[in-house]
Design a binder for this molecule. Structure first.
Ligand code: NAD
Length: 292
């Protein structure tokens, strides 16, 4: 069984970014990412902080806008409009989830698709479906695909089962796996909460992408011998023995599933670090594409 290391592959992606950033800077351009946080959700705050830090580590221009939870839809739209017009900003991300009174879909639609490094704008969703390489693909599924490629997992002709149909992970993952080219050309099945007899489907899978959001959901009985499993899940479970009182676990019951696998990603240490690395890569791409 091979343990696919997220941090190792993320390092490689970040080194590529670093090389591109140096080249861009030599041409007088510094890629810029603006991350907007509305409210004070602690998990979102932590995500925003780590994105800001990663940008600074790489020498990207990073703008972190922390707005109060009382920020109105109109005020947020105004912030987005300013960032759209700012030539020093190539990527814009509004941290999800915003407070309840904010219409998130409208905010996403207001972001210039050329700066939508999260890949959530309808134009980018369409570009992914159309296999248009100028589009931006959501960072988590893009990171999963990169893990498969770097681990030397052949997706061409493989049966890939994606569990989950969210716009952030499941759906774009399925589109990536069925697209033509490296990390694609798979036969894809998408399973979700209404799927009947999930095990009968997942047991046919050469590759399983688990993006369910339930701790240790995927068991050994769901997986055939020799399968490759990518665990997207990040679930907080109580762990009184730890200092924080909780720990993060995946959607896969790792201890029982791993021995059956040809390759598997752990949690933590799997998909997590890839998401932020792909965000950096998307920002560099947005910058390059903005140049004449
Ligand atoms: P979501 O809640 O939007 O979607 C979960 C999906 O799981 C749904 O499409 C649902 O149909 C499916 N599902 C639920 N119960 C099921 C069942 N019993 N059988 C089959 N399918 C079922 O979640 P999401 O945003 O797609 O995230 C999924 C997981 O990935 C979460 O644990 C989340 O924390 C994690 N995540 C991790 C990263 C990362 O950076 N590693 C990024 C995004 C999400």
């Amino acid at each position: 069984m091979t343990l696919i290391s997220g941090p190792q592959v993320a390092e490689k992606v970040l080194a590529e970014c670093q090389r591109d950033i140096t080249e861009l800077k030599a041409r007088g351009v510094t890629p810029g990412l603006a991350v907007v946080l509305v409210g004070d959700d602690p998990a979102s705050r932590a995500y925003v902080r780590s994105k800001d830090k990663k940008c600074r580590d790489l020498g990207l221009h990073s703008v972190k806008l922390e707005l109060p939870a009382t920020t109105s839809q109109a005020e947020l739209l105004e912030v987005v409009a300013k960032l759209n017009a700012d030539p020093a900003i190539h990527g814009i991300l509004v941290q999800s989830p915003p407070p309840k009174h904010i219409d998130e879909a409208a905010i996403v639609r207001a972001i210039d698709p050329a700066k939508d490094v999260d890949g959530f704008h309808p134009v980018n969703v369409a570009k992914l479906a159309l296999e248009d390489p100028t589009g931006f693909v959501p960072c988590t599924p893009l990171g999963c695909q990169r893990l498969l490629i770097e681990a030397g997992i052949e997706t061409k002709g493989a049966h890939a089962v994606v569990i989950g149909r969210s716009m952030i992970v499941g759906k774009p993952m399925a589109l990536l796996l069925m697209a033509k080219g490296p990390g694609g050309d798979a036969t894809v099945t998408v399973a979700h909460s209404r799927t009947r007899d999930l095990g009968a489907i997942t047991r046919q899978a050469d590759i399983i992408i688990a993006a369910i959001g339930r701790p240790h959901f995927l068991k050994a009985e769901h997986v055939k011998e020799g399968a490759v499993v990518i665990d997207v899940g990040i679930n907080r479970v109580e762990a009184p023995e730890t200092e924080k009182g909780y720990k993060l676990v995946g959607d896969v019951a790792f201890d029982e599933v791993a021995p059956k696998c040809r390759a598997i990603t752990p949690v933590p240490g799997g998909v997590g670090p890839m998401t932020i690395a792909m965000l950096m890569a998307n920002t560099v791409k947005a910058c390059k594409q903005s140049l004449p």
